[in-house]
Design a protein around this ligand. Structure first.
Ligand code: NAD
Length: 357
């Protein structure tokens, strides 16, 4: 297969971890006989410094020319002035909107060898393998907001259309068919009108997937059950703000920021793939960042944008194998344990992919 892949490393550890993810994709291309062309673009603080914009027009055009985007992270103390008119994270929001990426996927799978790194008890976590599908381009983050009464009252507005709910719920059901066939829709239908529309719509969409089990949970109950019985979930689908909060909660089940990938998808095969962590300015430039979240994001790229399931699994198996063999980066290593640098861990995965039989 031939594919053009946009690479947007961004700031801080973004370039360090993205370089390893790209090397793993190159190893996949070599091993499985594909031809991937990587095209690099500017985003975030690096783009602000070079062009004055967090998402230059040519970066968006480059992404539109590609089948997928491998994204690092944006931001850092240099661009942290909250009153600045141009900020790095605008680059990420603009790219999601510009490419119509309305569904954010965050798989949370417990790797048994890392279970003790979590603050939750091992027996509660055992078997956890869930996927949160968060609506990404609607809801309260995009509704009308402002101040009135001379600035003494503030308001934000949550707005959803049937179409916005339908498309993301369909995404959740399609993904559930490739997993444990169970969708849980999360809302606050006892209070919010948007949630009542969400629930009606999700219930209607669910009828098109009689082979998939379906239930509803109120968001407050879901927050509780996620840490009480995480292994009972398969796919959770929810609106933007609830998803923002629940995905961070879910990410902590597995213990480390450096391990978790994400994908943002739209209607076609185009997707944006990025680690959930930020630019980690505290460790940037030291060569010690954990590249596994970025590498696992590359596996999601293979699965969702290129439909290369065998290749995606080869990468995931390589990561799993490295962890089982006891290799750790600094964030995962215990006291006195030896740790690999970013490049060394990347190299470990590259070698393992190259050896897949
Ligand atoms: P962060 O995720 O960058 O870092 C939080 C902590 O986790 C730090 O101690 C960091 O060293 C550690 N960490 C993160 N990723 C790691 C990795 N791969 N390996 C080892 N350790 C890792 O979050 P933050 O400190 O709140 O934010 C730093 C900057 O990143 C801010 O400018 C923020 O706006 C930005 N940010 C960007 C994104 C994004 O680009 N999607 C997401 C979150 C934060």
């Amino acid at each position: 297969m031939r594919a053009n892949i946009a690479v947007l490393p961004g700031d801080g550890i973004g370039p360090e971890v993205t370089a390893e993810a790209q090397r793993v994709l190159e190893a996949v291309a070599d091993r499985f006989g594909h031809e991937f062309t990587f095209r690099e673009g500017l985003v975030g603080g690096a783009a602000i410094d070079a062009t004055g914009s967090a998402l230059p027009e040519e970066t968006l055009a480059l992404c539109r020319d590609c089948v997928a985007v491998l994204f690092g992270a944006v931001g850092g103390p240099r661009w942290d002035d909250p009153t600045a008119a141009v900020r790095p994270e605008q680059g990420l929001l603009a790219i999601r909107k510009g490419l119509g990426l309305y569904a954010n996927l965050r798989p949370v799978t417990l790797n048994p060898v890392l279970a003790d790194a979590s603050t939750i008890k091992r027996e509660t976590l055992e078997g956890t393998d869930l996927l949160v599908v968060r609506e990404l381009t609607g809801g309260i983050y995009f509704g009308e907001r402002g101040r009135r009464d001379g600035g003494q009252t503030a308001y934000d507005t949550m707005v959803y259309s049937v179409e916005e709910v339908e498309r993301v719920v369909h995404t959740a059901f399609r993904l559930a068919r490739g997993r444990k066939r169970h969708v849980t829709s999360v809302d606050k239908a006892n209070v919010l009108e948007c949630s009542r529309l969400w629930r009606e719509t999700a219930t209607r969409v669910a009828k098109e997937y009689p082979d998939v089990a379906f239930d509803h949970l109120l968001v407050d109950a879901c927050a509780m059950h996620l840490i009480r019985r995480p292994a009972t979930f398969d796919v959770i689908v929810t609106e933007n703000m609830f998803g923002d909060i629940l995905t961070d909660e879910a990410s902590m089940l597995t213990g480390s920021m450096g391990m978790l990938p994400s994908a943002s998808l739209g209607a076609g095969s185009m997707g944006l793939y990025e680690p959930i962590h930020g630019s980690a300015p505290d460790i940037a430039g030291q060569g010690i960042a954990n590249p596994l979240a970025a590498i696992l994001s590359a596996a999601l790229l293979l699965r969702h944008s290129l439909a290369l399931e065998q290749e995606a699994r080869a990468v995931e198996t390589a990561v799993d194998g490295a962890l089982r063999a006891g290799y750790r980066t600094h964030d995962l290593a215990g006291q006195g344990e030896q740790a690999l640098g970013t490049r060394e861990m990347g190299e470990m995965i590259v070698r393992s992919v190259a050896e897949v039989s």
